[in-house]
Design a binder for this molecule. Structure first.
Ligand SMILES: Cc1cc2nc3c(=O)[nH]c(=O)nc-3n(C[C@H](O)[C@H](O)[C@H](O)COP(=O)(O)OP(=O)(O)OC[C@H]3O[C@@H](n4cnc5c(N)ncnc54)[C@H](O)[C@@H]3O)c2cc1C
Length: 418
């Protein structure tokens, strides 16, 4: 007699086996419950019509997860980097769009909170920073404000190879923001856009990068362009135009110069797009096991697990998933300021492996389950399309990871050929 495969309801990272802290175990369980009970069944709606999952954000606010990385002293959950990453992976398992956009929002708290606490600031910078970030945190915790993270401009800036072309010009009481951002997830839905821009001087420099919260209803902010992509459709990543938008001094999310220090000394900050995709990888594997057992919801109870070819395919999928989860777990466990060369290379490896393998696992899942599995009534074809997007995302696209890994493995810092 068949028994239900309870393993499929199990945590992605079993708290005992992976030695999670109590906070990690509790938060991942909370995210999984929300995902299973609410986000999974709504995921198709956001994807079909390419609409932002606002209903899910109401639930994230209600369950306090909107403030997951807001320090507890400011009314948030006070999760650290690793705890957030593990929690986001569980959300990604049920709704990629929600997990990916949630990452843009959470980064505005993580970077200004846990990460900024690791960075060197003068006493006066620290004092001002603590006062300003409290304003942002209050909006999130009390009012449920949502923050976006538009960096990309279509040039080399988002890859870290040039200053951002969007500029901030000093004016009385604040700054005037001018420029254009492309692929701005949460466009039209966020309350604030956490914009990376460069202080306007005669020569723009990456060292003068500023991180500023622009209210979405400020005069001079426009959302333009359409959004009808292959995957991650609910992110609604349209373009933003800023035309002489005034923001007050207190909208600075980090003191001047600190973003540059963060990007250079805390590289794991760029790994935060991965939880979404490792969640998708897990979901593709989960679906395959359920489907071959004849237990996938919405499908007839036909078993296909007895064929040796299916068993071999599942074995290969299982190994790929385990390898990916292991390197990712190690990489997120060692995130922190000034990592060693080995740790940085492992972070690139984790990013590359998650982004490429999640798509590969979805491909294998469809190939193994067969024709009926790719119908739009089932989640697999959405997972397949969503998973394709990860490797394209800057600043650590799959190509950039390979590029840096090869170079940095062969050259020590500052080393050149004769
Ligand atoms: C679903 C989705 C949501 C997104 N949401 C956001 C968001 O909220 N905020 C945001 O800022 N961006 C977002 N992006 C944008 C994303 O991070 C990239 O900026 C975008 O995908 C770049 O596309 P592109 O083809 O214009 O890149 P291009 O700049 O044209 O680069 C093309 C490729 O060339 C390679 N390349 C580029 N520069 C270098 C370099 N210096 N060295 C070596 N190789 C390089 C990379 O592999 C890159 O993929 C999102 C993208 C997607 C797909």
């Amino acid at each position: 007699m068949a028994t239900a495969n309870t393993q499929l309801d199990a945590p992605m990272y079993d708290p005992k086996a992976w030695r999670l802290t109590k906070k990690q175990a509790d938060l991942t369980a909370k995210a999984r419950k929300l995902g299973q009970e609410k986000f999974a069944e709504r995921a198709d709606k956001w994807d079909r019509d390419a609409i932002f999952p606002m209903e899910n954000y109401k639930d994230l606010h209600k369950s306090k997860l909107l403030g997951i990385c807001v320090p507890s002293g400011n009314g948030g959950i006070g999760a650290d980097y690793m705890t957030y990453m593990l929690t986001a992976a569980e959300i990604g398992r049920y709704c990629g769009t929600t997990s990916l956009t949630w990452n843009m929002h959470v980064s505005s708290c993580l970077w200004t909170g846990d990460l900024a606490d690791d960075l060197q600031m003068t006493a006066s910078q620290r004092k001002t920073h603590n006062r300003r970030r409290a304003i942002h945190y209050k909006r999130i915790v009390k009012d449920g404000a949502i923050y976006a993270q538009p960096f990309s401009e279509g040039g080399a800036a988002a890859a870290g190879a040039a200053p951002f072309g969007t500029t901030a010009t000093k004016t009385d009481g604040g700054w005037l923001i001018n420029g254009k951002k492309i692929f701005a997830s949460l466009a039209g839905s966020a309350d604030y856009y956490g914009v990376l821009c460069t202080e306007k001087k005669q020569n723009l420099s990456r060292r003068d990068t500023m991180y500023v919260a622009v209210p979405s209803d400020a005069e001079g902010v426009t959302v333009v362009g359409d959004w009808d992509p292959l995957g991650m459709r609910g992110t609604v990543s349209r373009n933003l135009l800023f035309d002489n938008v005034f923001v007050s001094n207190d909208e600075q999310l980090m003191p001047k110069g600190i973003y540059f220090a963060a990007a250079t000394s805390w590289p794991h900050m760029f790994l935060t797009l991965t939880p979404t995709y490792i969640g998708i990888a897990q979901a593709a594997y989960d679906f395959t096991v359920l489907y071959l057992r004849g237990e996938a919801p919405g499908t007839p109870p036909v078993k296909r697990r007895m064929y040796p070819t299916k068993q071999l395919a599942v074995a290969n999928m299982h190994m790929m998933l385990e390898q990916t989860k292991s390197v990712w777990f190690q990489a997120i466990a060692e995130a922190g300021p000034n990592p060693s060369k080995e740790q940085v290379l492992r972070a690139y490896t984790a990013q590359y492996s998650v982004m490429e393998n999640s798509n590969e696992l979805c491909r294998m899942a469809i190939r193994t389950c067969g024709g009926q599995s790719m119908l739009k009534s089932l989640p697999l074809e959405r997972l397949y399309r969503d998973s394709r997007c990860g490797a394209l995302m800057l600043p650590w696209t799959a190509e950039i990871c390979q590029d840096r890994l090869g170079r940095e493995a062969l050259y020590n810092r500052g080393e050149e050929d004769e």
